[in-house]
Design a protein around this ligand. Structure first.
Ligand SMILES: [Fe+2]
Length: 361
């Protein structure tokens, strides 16, 4: 683990490290927050598709360096960052959505997130059954399994928090794997072998209904993690998917128990105006079940973006099937879904060019 520890030392945290050193929290001052509200109000046009906006439409001003530092922290530091103080009061839900989009335009190429090929998702309870064959957690109020999102880096911008519950949990995959390797080296070896993940009926026409990927792999001295128990279990409904072995099941159980150890698992309650930024290769995340407010206007709502940032490491070859590319500087990741049309492709190309990146085939 020595080489890993050097490349990702700061991401191998325990909760006490994050409590002692709050450098992963990035407060915006009053002036920066006011500036963001002003640029969003000036640019907001309810009839203009998000794809039509470009980076040049949003000068982040004094918030720019703070946003850049937060993304650097997520990619090269602790693996997660929390920006506090986005303007929330006085911004309508769609204006706040545009603010999240504007920040994303500066940070990377937004990626599609599901069957509808949507590039930004409202994380709110739409009554989805998380455990069904096409279930997704973000549109349910359920307690979620620990998992990674399908992209290099994701953001969650909090517009409303829940009446009760809905806490977000993060565990460092690097720390968790170190514990697993120390306590159960046999299962750490299993984690490096392929598991099958269901695509939950969201596969693009050129993708299969499930794919294989190890839970842990290494590239250039970095550890990369993949986890989503719900999708592993869901893949078992496919006859062509190899059956989970007893040892694999044990590895899943032991890993999930490690992820929830109090010294490893950080719990956060996102507040309105918070923007969570996290790296899905080094961080695993989860969420508690929640109870909503009665008033629809107050119900829990986070805007979620998935991004391919320009500065990202090469991925392991075993990541290629899902990410569709592993090279740095290439637009990769996301769930293309069923509607990745010419407008999506044009956006990908334009935004990639603006950030000096290439589009994957
Ligand atoms: Fe997630």
């Amino acid at each position: 683990m020595t080489a890993i520890a050097e490349a990702q030392a700061r991401a191998a945290w325990r909760v006490s490290d994050l409590e002692r050193d709050r450098a992963w929290v990035f407060p915006l001052d009053e002036g920066a927050s006011r500036h963001l509200a002003a640029i969003v109000r000036a640019a907001f046009d309810p009839d203009r598709p998000l794809f039509d906006y470009g980076r040049e439409d949003f000068d982040l001003g004094p918030a720019g360096p703070v946003v850049a530092a937060a993304f650097a922290e997520a990619m090269e530091g602790r693996g997660l960052a929390l920006i506090k103080g986005l303007p929330r009061a006085g911004l309508a839900e769609d204006e706040f959505r545009l603010l999240n989009w504007a920040i994303g335009l500066h940070a990377g190429v937004a990626r599609p997130q599901g069957k509808a090929s949507q590039y930004i998702s409202p994380v709110r309870d739409a009554g989805t059954d998380y455990r069904s064959a096409s279930g997704r957690g973000y549109s349910s109020n359920a307690k979620l399994d620990f998992h990674v999102d399908g992209c290099d880096v994701a953001t969650l911008g909090c517009y409303n928090s829940a009446l009760a519950g809905g806490e977000t949990m993060f565990t460092s995959a690097i720390s968790a794997y170190e514990v697993l390797a120390a306590e159960r080296p046999d299962l750490a070896e299993i984690a490096r072998q392929d598991f099958c993940f269901s695509r939950q009926n969201e596969e693009a026409p050129d993708e299969g209904p499930f794919y294989a990927q190890p839970l842990v792999d290494f590239e250039d001295g970095r550890l990369f993690a993949k986890w989503n128990r719900n999708r592993v279990q869901s893949a078992q409904r496919f006859d062509e998917a190899p059956r989970l072995t007893e040892t694999q099941r044990e590895a899943m159980d032991v890993m999930d128990a490690i992820l929830r150890r109090p010294d490893l698992m950080l719990s956060l309650r996102l507040e309105p105006g918070d923007l969570q930024v996290f790296n899905n290769h080094a961080m695993l995340h989860s969420r508690t079940e929640y109870r909503d407010h009665a008033d629809p206007a107050e119900k829990r709502l986070l805007w979620r973006l998935w991004l391919a940032p320009p500065a990202a490491p090469r991925l392991p070859e075993s990541w290629r099937d899902f990410f569709r590319a592993v090279e740095p500087g290439v637009v990769r990741g996301g769930i293309r879904g069923h509607n990745h049309d010419a407008a999506c492709q044009a956006f990908d190309r334009r935004q990639a060019e603006s950030l000096g990146m290439r589009v994957a085939a």
